[in-house]
Design a protein around this ligand. Structure first.
Ligand SMILES: Cc1cc2nc3c(=O)[nH]c(=O)nc-3n(C[C@H](O)[C@H](O)[C@H](O)COP(=O)(O)O)c2cc1C
Length: 257
C-alpha cells in the first residue's frame, strides 16, 4: 500500500473545482458537486491541498501539517537582485560557532525546496565533529591525482593542497545528497539564501563533491544511501572578510524569439 494518499472530506468540499484545476496529473474530477480522486496516478505534490478554500483535501503519511498563509509574501525585487549581485564565495571564516537553530533553518530551506516529480529525494549530512576526518580523506584523494591534474591545468599547478583545501577552516559543511542532482542543487541555492540572511558566508565546494562521489570509502563514511550521490557541498561560517562592491560579470547573453 502507498504510504501517502490524498483524502477528501466530502462534508467540507463545496465542489468549487479549484483542486481539479491545479492538479498536475489531471486526477481530480467534480462529480455530483464533490471532488473525486480518479486513480492512483498522483505525485502527492499537494497543490490540491494547498489551494482548497475549504481545507477539504489532505495527504496522509507526511509528518508536518500545512501552514496557513497569513497574507501575501512578497520580497522587494531590488533587494532580491542585490542579494544575488553582492553575494560572494567565502573562503575566510571566523571561528564562531553557528547556533543550532540557524543550522536547523538552513536545513529546513533544503527540506522545503521543490523537487522534480515531487521526489523529495534530498537528504543532508552535516559535517561537524567528523568534518576534518572527511576533509582529510578528500585531501588524500586530491593529492593522489594532483600530478596528473598538474599536467593539464595551470590552475592545478599553482594550487597547493593543504589540509584545509576544501573547507577553509569553516565551522561546518553540509553535504547535500540526492538521487537527482538538479533537486539537490535547487535545495543548495535556497539554503544559501537562508544562510546569507543569517549573516553567514557560503562556499559551494565542487571539489569536495567531486572527491566524495569518486570515493566509495567517503560515501560509506557519510552513509550515502544506494541510488544517491552528492549533489553539492556547502561550506558555512561567519565571514572573516568584507566585500565592498560587486564583481564584474559578462554582459547579458540572451535571445528573445
Ligand atoms: C558549482 C560550484 C562549485 C564550486 N566549487 C568550488 C570549490 O571546490 N572550491 C572553491 O574554492 N570555490 C568553488 N566555487 C566557487 C567559484 O570558484 C566562485 O563562485 C567563482 O570564482 C566566482 O566567485 P564568486 O562566487 O565570489 O562570485 C564553486 C562555485 C560553484 C558555483
Amino acid at each position: 500500500m502507498k504510504p501517502y494518499k490524498v483524502t477528501i472530506d466530502t462534508d467540507k468540499c463545496v465542489g468549487c473545482g479549484i483542486c481539479s484545476k491545479v492538479c498536475v496529473a489531471h486526477n481530480i474530477a467534480i462529480k455530483n458537486k464533490k471532488a473525486e480522486i480518479l486513480s492512483d496516478n498522483c505525485v502527492m505534490c499537494g497543490q490540491c491541498t494547498a489551494a482548497c478554500p475549504k481545507n477539504a483535501l489532505s495527504i496522509t503519511g507526511y509528518h508536518d501539517k500545512p501552514v496557513e498563509k497569513s497574507g501575501e509574501i512578497r520580497l522587494n525585487p531590488d533587494d532580491v537582485l542585490d542579494v544575488i549581485r553582492f553575494r560572494r564565495s567565502i573562503r575566510q571564516f571566523k571561528q564562531t560557532k553557528i547556533p543550532k537553530e540557524v543550522i536547523a533553518q538552513i536545513l529546513e530551506a533544503g527540506r522545503l525546496t521543490h523537487t522534480a516529480k515531487n521526489m523529495q529525494d534530498v537528504s543532508f549530512v552535516v559535517l561537524d565533529k567528523r568534518k576534518d576526518k572527511l576533509e582529510q580523506m578528500a585531501v588524500n584523494i586530491f593529492r593522489r591525482i594532483k600530478p596528473l591534474a598538474d599536467i593539464f591545468s595551470p590552475m592545478a599547478r599553482s594550487n597547493k593542497i593543504d589540509d584545509h583545501f576544501f573547507f577553509f577552516n569553516a565551522p561546518i559543511a553540509v553535504v547535500i545528497l540526492a538521487k537527482d542532482k538538479t533537486n539537490g542543487l535547487l535545495a543548495a541555492q535556497n539554503m544559501e539564501f537562508v544562510a546569507e540572511a543569517h549573516g553567514l558566508g557560503v562556499l559551494y565546494s565542487g571539489f569536495f563533491t567531486m572527491a566524495a562521489n569518486a570515493s566509495r570509502k567517503m560515501k560509506k563514511a557519510m552513509n550515502v544511501p544506494k541510488g544517491k550521490s552528492v549533489a553539492m557541498t556547502l561550506v558555512l561560517g561567519y565571514p572573516n572578510v568584507k566585500f565592498l562592491r560587486s564583481a564584474p560579470r559578462k554582459k547579458l547573453d540572451v535571445k528573445f524569439m
